[in-house]
Write a protein that binds this ligand. Sequence first.
Ligand code: PAF
Length: 278
Amino acid sequence: MKIIETVPEMKIVRFKLKEPVGFVPTMGYLHKGHLSLVRKAKAENKSVVVSIYVNPTQFGPKEDLSKYPRDLQRDLAMLEKEGTEIVFFPSDKEMYPEGYDTWVTADKLTKPLEGDSRPTHFRGVTTIAAKLFNIVQPTNAYFGQKDAQQALVIKKMATDLNMDLEVIVCPTVREPDGLAMSSRNVYLNPEQRKSAPVLYKSLLLAKRLYAEGKKDTEKIRGEMAALIQKEPLANIEYISIANPATLEELQTIKKSALVSMAVKYGNTRLIDNMMLGE
Ligand code: PAF
């Protein structure tokens, strides 16, 4: 496994890799969710590149950039075990040299949900994703469904900007009690951690209500909120039932819906989602 820290070297090495090239962009502190993306990339490509880069531009001024968990040695050991060919581990100076001035922004898809709470977040995500795609030039790039809006926004960016790659979205990996795997779960104290599976429970409740024929989103959202509010440590930021392609809120579910949510435990913000219908 080769660890590459500069853009020019990454560009040179990339063209020596066997095609197709699978790419898994990460911010490190890897968990089983990331490894499921690496495994899928490994299964579908001849070479795999994983990037580890905590992208400062996707964090808001009051967010957890400096505290974001990091453990490079552990990450590298995990990636080596999975048979990763290349780890791209650039510095901030390498990605945003002095005078850096160009941004990639998606518009409508980035306004609701996460974009509403984190107004500068997606500009950072699309900018770094576009830069990484240009540097690595992957055939296929892998993202988790856990960040459903991010996956949708990156897919749209790749289509709209005629990027020559396939964006592949893989299922959320969960802890045995249903909590979606996330690097941020380490911020939860034991009481919060015990309570946090209520996000998934509320998604299962939505799934059950929908299966029973309930289509009115206000009612479904109400029942989900009531369940979450039974947990005194949980503070709901939003619960959304939206069109899975446009993210516009639905009043009634016709064919399908993306149910998504953000819930805060203290300063820790957890997100989760589930597709209903097709
Ligand atoms: O999902 C993440 O870890 C990040 O948002 C990504 C896609 C690696 C961009 O920094």
